[in-house]
Design a protein around this ligand. Structure first.
Ligand code: FES
Length: 269
């Protein structure tokens, strides 16, 4: 049994004066990730405070950043689920209910934890490089103990993703009826594919699929699900970054079409 005195976090660090003995460019990866998160995360954070041009009525394009739009402040036609919230004051962002869930889902994700600990908290910035903190405290205190609730954020984010999928499907039925699609519809579909890849490759999802089983042979369906999720799981980091970029780019495209900066190329009207 491990006693308190011998816990790894209580042992003194090795007495090496140099911060690292590594000679490669270990700082490149955390720096690149930090820049990526700053640009994409910054764009999305600013965007939620500018509730304009998030819906193209003619083509039924609703940006995932403002979906579902359920307040009376939403522009006509964008509320695919109806408006069951009153009008929001100007400074209150329309994705008020959704944004904390998505932020919580990403912030508690094992992959984002790894990259934010490395890139933002330098804890540690790379393997074999000393961190500024003198002691390891783990994720036992607020706000880090919220990480334990990742599974619940996964449940909520999956529900929202179903709505994003519904929005993408609606983009094939532009207002006025009939079937039709353009570049925007394909972008919306690509976005939900990446988001499903991110969600299904989640470590908690893998545990939900196949965890706590003693014999896979007695649970063939769960075994198939677990096998499928396990194939996606090694790509979770890539899905995490690509899906975040895709949400921002999808929003930017719909913003540009809605504002009249570009026109949507239609394959079938
Ligand atoms: S571990 Fe990344 S979303 Fe669950």
């Amino acid at each position: 049994m491990t006693t308190t005195a011998t816990r790894p976090q209580d042992r003194p660090r090795a007495a090496i004066k140099a911060k690292t003995l590594r000679t490669d460019r270990w700082w490149l990866s955390p720096l690149g990730v930090m820049l990526f998160l700053t640009v994409v995360g910054g764009y999305l954070t600013v965007r939620i405070f500018f509730p304009q041009n998030y819906f193209v009525e003619e083509y039924n394009y609703l940006t995932p950043v403002f979906s579902p739009c359920v307040s009376e402040s939403c522009v006509p036609g964008s509320s695919h689920l109806g408006t069951w919230l009153p009008e929001f004051p100007v400074l209150l962002p329309l994705p008020l209910l959704v944004f904390p869930i998505l932020l919580g889902f990403r912030a508690t994700c094992y992959y984002y934890r790894k990259i934010t600990y490395r890139s933002a908290l330098l804890s540690p910035p790379a393997c074999g490089v000393a961190e500024p903190a003198k002691r390891y405290k783990g994720e036992t205190r607020f706000p880090f103990n919220i990480m334990n609730y990742h599974r619940y954020f996964l449940y909520l984010a999956s529900l929202l993703l179903m709505l994003n999928t519904y929005d993408a499907a609606l983009s094939f039925f532009p207002h006025g009826g009939g079937f039709g699609f353009g570049v925007g519809s394909l972008i919306l579909v690509a976005n939900v594919v990446l988001l499903w890849g991110y969600t299904l490759s989640c470590h908690a999802c893998r545990h939900i699929a196949g965890g706590r089983l003693r014999h896979f042979s007695k649970h063939p369906v769960r075994y198939q699900l677990w096998t499928f999720v396990s194939r996606l799981n090694p790509k979770h980091g890539q899905f995490a970054l690509w899906s975040l970029a895709s949400v921002a780019l999808t929003d930017l495209y719909i913003l540009a079409v809605s504002a009249g900066w570009i026109s949507d190329f239609r394959f079938i009207n």
